[in-house]
Design a protein around this ligand. Structure first.
Ligand SMILES: O=C(O)c1cc(=O)[nH]c(=O)n1[C@@H]1O[C@H](COP(=O)(O)O)[C@@H](O)[C@H]1O
Length: 291
């Protein structure tokens, strides 16, 4: 009789994301239920509309995307009813085996940071996701409670390094060759050292915009390959970036890129076939680096 297949599920977020990217391609679909999109989908700008929108996206493209990234702000604007919908989406995604990145961009001092970590990264928390986005403006070290809890629970984080918006340069580029962004990248690399030693993708990711471009990357001299973590690259589509831009800018690190697009895919809804087609088209646009 053949041995039963008892391989354990990958334990770390880095391992799970790598497996999902290998199977499905390097695309994360953002779930950003903007009022204008709810209206275009014929839904009310309320918790009912939000739930319909969110579960439709999960149902339509959950099996095509390596991860889904709900934008927390667009749930928060509906108050507790909106957060209840986000809880439902996170639970339904986990049950469907779809990785989630809560785009909350949290950042605070130690004890308060611990509470944010508890909300997004603790086993059993109603808002637990597979990973959360973090802002390092209070210093990379202030994120330690989240980095530690993520490591302990097999979850991940994405720390803002070079964001996709033009205003980011006024903070992130400061220091030139010793830029703020470079410090963040070096700190993430240090936290991913053990995973690098094991030949695996780390669970401390960075956000590096698809819009940043090769010139800036070169000028700031970030060694993104050395980070050995996933590189969440927003800015595809609605913000003007393409798969070719990513291929040109990320160099040797391109294999760790998880490109993400929200509005450009979501505008195809509410028809599920159209959402799937838009996701397929977006994935095809990444062929310059996804092989
Ligand atoms: O952390 C993010 O995901 C993020 C970082 C960044 O630098 N730029 C950026 O656009 N995002 C988010 O990515 C999504 C982009 O949405 P679209 O422009 O519609 O694809 C939004 O939810 C943004 O908040």
């Amino acid at each position: 009789m053949p041995e039963p297949d008892v391989r354990p599920l990958p334990a770390t977020f880095g391992q799970r994301l790598r497996a999902a990217m290998s199977a499905r391609g390097p695309l994360c679909v953002g779930i950003d239920p903007h009022p204008s999109l709810l209206s275009a989908w014929g839904l009310n700008d309320d918790a009912g509309g939000l739930e319909r929108f969110s579960l439709t996206v999960l149902d339509a493209v959950g099996e095509q995307a390596a991860a889904l990234k709900p934008q927390v702000a667009l749930y928060e604007r509906h108050g507790s009813a909106g957060l209840a919908v986000l809880e439902k989406l996170l639970t339904a995604s986990a049950e469907a085996g779809v990785l989630t990145i809560a785009d909350a961009k949290r950042g605070d001092i130690g004890s308060t940071m611990a509470a944010y970590a508890d909300a997004w990264l603790r086993d059993g928390s109603p808002l637990a996701a597979d990973a959360v986005t973090l802002s390092p403006y209070l210093g990379y070290g202030s994120l330690r409670p989240a980095l530690d809890l993520a490591a302990a629970t097999g979850r991940g984080v994405f720390v803002l390094a070079l964001t996709s918006n033009p205003e980011g340069a006024s903070v992130q580029h400061v220091g030139g060759a010793e830029s703020v962004a470079r410090r963040i990248a070096e700190s993430a690399a240090a936290d991913n050292a053990a995973a690098r030693g094991a030949g695996e993708l780390g669970s401390v990711g960075l956000v590096v915009g698809a819009t940043v471009g090769a010139d800036v990357m070169e000028r700031l001299g970030l060694d993104l390959a050395a980070v050995n973590g996933p590189l969440l690259a927003p800015g595809l589509g609605a913000q003007g970036a393409t798969g070719d831009d990513i291929a040109a800018a990320f160099g040797a690190a391109v294999g760790n890129v998880l490109a993400t697009s929200s509005r450009d895919i979501l505008k195809a809804g509410p028809d599920t076939a159209a959402l799937r087609e838009a996701t397929e088209r977006t994935l095809a646009g990444l062929s310059a680096f996804s092989g």
